[in-house]
Ligand binder design. Structure first.
Ligand SMILES: O=C(O)CCC(=O)C(=O)O
Ligand SMILES: [Fe+2]
Length: 218
């Protein structure tokens, strides 16, 4: 049976020239500067600006200000989106069908995504809605598309590391531990932008295939 291959992703990432592993045993995390060139980043920013909606969260916790950014559902029939998506899959070694559709996120001044994990709570009310078909999220890949004037770092609480936005830089981590359970040490905070705007793209991988529409993956 085909599998997502997510368990082999760390070894594959570790072999990428120029990549750095976060110096911690708490989570598997990698950083790669300049993964996307500035022109590609700028073109993605343009696409995000054309079509944003308020960002959402699973299992709302009553805090209306928990995630205040906007989100763009990128169009996978667009050649640029499709090329970037394929590159992210090649990097991880995870087949295309195990990926969620690529999203863009935009943060204006004062907007943030408070400390959260990207995996879904298996006991949460929204588990069925988000995970019945594709299962849990495994890896997260995110890429900074620009450098806001101030603020907008991604802070990992378990390592106390603040990842600063740098155009084209990729950040990757495994949301699942070696024993298959969600890794709470992946808790992270998309910090408030203080000046300018912040743009990123986010790619999440699943344990099982995503229900892609016919022809959408090319
Ligand atoms: O904006 C960031 O730095 C983090 C974004 C994030 O954690 C997410 O979209 O899940
Ligand atoms: Fe996140």
């Amino acid at each position: 049976m085909a599998t997502s291959g997510a368990d082999r992703t760390a070894a594959r990432l570790a072999a990428v020239p120029g990549i750095r592993r976060a110096p911690t045993s708490k989570l598997e995390q990698y950083m790669l500067a300049g993964f996307l060139d500035p022109a590609t980043c700028a073109a993605l920013v343009e696409q995000i600006d054309r079509d944003v909606r308020p960002s959402t969260i699973a299992d709302p916790n009553g805090d209306e200000a928990f995630r205040t950014s906007t989100t763009c559902d990128l169009n996978h029939r667009d050649p640029l989106v499709s090329t970037v998506n394929t590159r992210l899959h090649d990097l991880t070694g995870i087949p295309l069908k195990y990926g969620e559709p690529l999203q863009g996120q935009r943060y204006d001044v004062g907007q943030q995504f408070k400390a959260h994990t990207d995996y879904f709570d298996p006991h949460g009310a929204d588990w069925e809605t988000y995970c019945a078909v594709p299962g849990q999220r495994s890896w997260t890949l995110m890429i900074y598309l620009n450098e806001p004037g101030a603020g907008g770092a991604t802070r990992f609480l378990s390592t106390a590391k603040m990842h600063q936005p740098e155009t084209g830089k990729l950040l990757a981590w495994n949301n699942v531990r070696a024993d298959g359970q969600p890794n709470a040490d992946t808790l992270h905070h998309g910090m408030k932008v203080r000046k300018g705007r912040k743009y990123i793209i986010t790619k999440w991988f699943r344990e099982r295939p995503w229900p892609w529409a016919e022809g959408e993956l090319g």
